[in-house]
Design a protein around this ligand. Structure first.
Ligand SMILES: NC(=O)c1ccc[n+]([C@@H]2O[C@H](COP(=O)([O-])OP(=O)(O)OC[C@H]3O[C@@H](n4cnc5c(N)ncnc54)[C@H](O)[C@@H]3O)[C@@H](O)[C@H]2O)c1
Length: 278
């Protein structure tokens, strides 16, 4: 269901929503976390423009929520800047930007080609820089707003085999703190650091190695994989007045997965077993 008389999107009330009056652009909005966020933002009253390198996917989401769409590669600064300007013109300004487009790959550092390293840095880190560079003046011109970028728990607690991705995502967290200082008080700047979320990005991993799902469920205190909406709801919160005193943060949303790590992790259960307690 689309926007009906400006009243509801997918059954959610638009008038008086958390983002009523806001005008948002989402990169990588054609799938996964970006698509879920586009839906949530629209449901909370924002006008939304969806950007994605997959133009058809972006258009499908825009059509569903009554928004605009442009095919954009975030590594192409001129293309992104032009799309942001067109989006701002079409929506009557820009107050929210979600720098979310990203991709990953796995391999040893010494076996990673310079091309692959450069590709991951270009999309995951330079793409976010491009978003700030083109988006900040537009948000300032609109009188302020909020920027959220998608980092990852990989940028905080990297695993073997994801050096380029981790480095890029750690860079996103650093740039977030930097930008928060540069653009306060008019623009609040935060990042979300998702854990293992079920999207097209993780499908090859979860589909290819079915035992991993069970492993993630077991090692995640909240007992399940994440869904795109788990991230989308936090992005909406960070963009809203509810988060008015939060800036420069990189919020981990992983069901507690990365809490493990102390030397006595799991020892309490072992001790209880030895004592015959459940
Ligand atoms: N899924 C997870 O477990 C997870 C965990 C941590 C971080 N993330 C991050 O979340 C973000 C969204 O990923 P997702 O899981 O929703 O994956 P996804 O593949 O479902 O969505 C990513 C979207 O980005 C678009 N995209 C890719 N390269 C682009 C480019 N150069 N320019 C414009 N658009 C481009 C894709 O077409 C796709 O629509 C990414 O930054 C990813 O690194 C995901």
């Amino acid at each position: 269901m689309g926007l009906v008389n400006g009243v509801s999107v997918n059954g959610h009330l638009v008038n008086g929503g958390l983002l009523a009056g806001h005008r948002a652009v989402i990169t990588g909005g054609g799938s996964g976390i970006g698509r879920a966020t586009a839906r949530r933002m629209a449901a909370e009253g924002a006008r939304v423009t969806v950007l994605d390198i997959d133009g058809e996917a972006a258009s499908a989401v825009a059509e569903e929520i009554g928004g605009h769409a442009y095919r954009v590669d975030v590594t192409d600064y001129d293309g992104l800047e032009s799309a942001l300007h067109r989006a701002a013109e079409a929506m009557g300004g820009l107050s929210l930007l979600f720098n979310n487009a990203g991709t990953g790959s796995i391999g040893h550092i010494h076996e990673t080609t310079l091309e692959e390293w450069s590709r991951l840095i270009a999309i995951n880190l330079t793409g976010v820089f491009h978003g700030f560079r083109a988006g900040v003046p537009l948000i300032q011109a609109a009188g302020g707003g909020a920027i959220v970028s998608t980092s990852s728990i990989s940028g905080i607690r990297p695993a073997a085999g994801e050096a380029a991705y981790s480095a890029a995502k750690a860079g996103v967290a650093a740039m977030t703190a930097n930008a928060a200082l540069e653009y306060a008080p008019d623009i609040r700047v935060n990042a979300v650091a998702p854990g293992m979320i079920r999207t097209a990005l993780t499908e090859p991993l979860l589909g290819g190695f079915p035992h991993l799902t069970e492993r993630y469920e077991r090692s995640t205190p909240l007992g399940r994989l994440g869904e795109p909406e788990d991230i989308a709801d936090v992005v909406v919160f960070l963009c809203s007045e509810q988060a008015r005193f939060i800036t420069g943060q990189n919020i981990v949303i992983d069901g507690g997965m990365t809490l493990h790590g102390s030397g006595v992790d799991g020892v309490l259960d072992e001790v209880h077993k030895l004592m015959g307690r459940a």
